[in-house]
Structure formats: structure tokens, C-alpha cells
Ligand binder design. Sequence first.
Ligand SMILES: [Zn+2]
Length: 265
Amino acid sequence: MKPPSFSGRPVKIRAKGIKAEYGMTATARQEIVPGFSQKALGGARIVLVGAGGIGGQIAGALVREGVGKLVILDRDTVDVTNLSRQEFFKKDLYKNKAICLAKNLALLGVAKTILYGIPMHLQEAVVKGYDLRCSVAVIAVDNDEPRVFGSRLFRDKGIPTVITGVSTDADRGYVFIQGISPEDPCLLCVMPEIVTTNERNPCAPGIIDILKVAGGYVAFGVVALLTNRKAFWNYRQFSMSGCLPEVIKRYPKNESCLFCGGRND
Ligand SMILES: [Zn+2]
């Protein structure tokens, strides 16, 4: 029997936030992290593509950190197998992930973050003319097609983008920070094979440990793009078991890249 599925309509919710207690704000400790800027994060609008395993970890981190606006896109619905690792509850079953995540995170927000839940994938949102202007875009999906699409879309818009993925065996993951200067590489500079392999792991055996690691690096990447918290890498690959060496690199642009090579735009 096929489970029911409800897509729902886009929602906009403001987190209540946490008032200062005895003169101390909820973000007081993170505000003294070197390079971090609460003002920069509070003024940022982030577009997050994917509300599932990694997307939920990223969104949870950004909302707790006090991001200003978070636009979440996902067409998928919650099923019972998601509940071991994604930011959903039994009440969310068969409902749209983007809408449920926006609602659930509104309860976590320490600042008055405005959350948008858009029940569609990125390509659909573009066709329907949704406002995707943002300070940073994040692509946290389970297949390469929207990664490539998002990389090109946001690069063309001049928006820095963080792209991530984890392997089917839940051992390896990567995070790529795509900058916007002419010298910065695009996703295809770093992973040229991605166009032909089009890896798709919609039923990846997800387990929360690797999702927290990937989500943490992505949230760090977003903060590094927005504030003076330094990232000395634009590509990071990790292995939970340690069976593969970690890769921490600052890739240059590939001048023969099929997408951005030789272009100075
Ligand atoms: Zn390129």
C-alpha cells in the first residue's frame, strides 16, 4: 500500500527567539568566537536546498546560531524511515519536509529568524519565479543533478554556494565552498566527473553521525563566507572510518573546465 502524501502550501514563520536573561543573550558565548559576527549572520538570508538528512543538520545549526532568514526548499515528504536521523517527528509523517522543517525549527530559534518552507525542488522554484536572492546558497541534496544545476544557477547570480554530499555507505562525505571571484573554482572544476556520473542515492543508508559531521562543516562554511571566521579550504573530504585519507584543499580554478574555464565573469 502506498503511503499518503501531502505537499502543502509555502509557509513563512518567525521564530519567537529567546529574550536576554540577567543581561545575557543566548548567543553571548558564540559572539566571542574569533572572527564570528552575530550582526552578519543576523542580516543574512540563506537559501537551503534539501530539508532531509544533511539539510536538517545544517538548518538546525544556522537557526540556533541566529541566522536572519532561512528559505528551505524540498519537494519530498516525511516517511517513517526518516525519523532516525532527520529533524522530524511522528506528527510530520507524510507531510512536506520543507514546511515541517520550517515549523519545527521555529521552536529552536534563539533569534527571531524568519523561516520559509517551500514545498518544491530548486528547478521548480526557478520556473515558478520564487525569490532566490540570498547571501549564501546551500545545496544539500541526495543526487548530482541539482548540485550541478545549483552550482551554475547561483554562480551566474553571483551568490557564494556551499555544496555537500555523503556516500551510500555513510562513510565518506565532502563539502565544497564555491566562491564568486573570477579566480574561484566552480563545482565542475573540482569534480568534473559529476556531469556524467550523476550519482543518485535517494535511499542511502543514512545514519545521523555522518550527517552531523557534513552538516557541521557546511554550517561552518556558511559562517566563513559571511564573517571573518577563516576557512583555509574550499574542498574538504572526510571518512568516518578513516579507511580513506582526509582531503583538505584549496582548489584553484581549472582553466579547461567545461563550465567556467577561461571565463572571467
Ligand atoms: Zn569550473
